[in-house]
Design a protein. Sequence first.
Length: 157
Amino acid sequence: MPKPLKQKCLICSQLTTKKARLLHGQEGDRCWDDKYCHNRRSFYRKLARTSNEKNTINTVVLKPQENYFAILLLYRDSGERPLHALGAELWLGQAPTFRLQSVHCFGLTAGAIREYTQQVLEAFSLASGINLNKYKDIFEISPERCPVRPCPLHPDD
């Protein structure tokens, strides 16, 4: 029956020879043996490499069909709080293609905001060459993360 593998030697095999000798030589724990350790470290490195190759799982990459979609970003606290700022993005598949520069909504009525978001959809439709009539998703983000500068929430920026 073969000898069991030593965890200490497996860890040591991943170190450089210089570090291993320093750690396990005369200044270290004195387990380094010039007669055996070079070959033993080589054996353990090869063992680790082949076991990693055996445990590798092949990955299949399958891209979904790419479609355009628009998302609306609303910067406001949850609940019935007023809208601080808004932004929008047009995505194609997994990546954004167009981004509306976020704007503050101070003094805008709900009707003016609705009209503005429709204008954004029309601009995205023109830019992409497809007809967008609604947002795929709406995300509510904390006003603390407002990207517009200057901003009353971030006077130091």
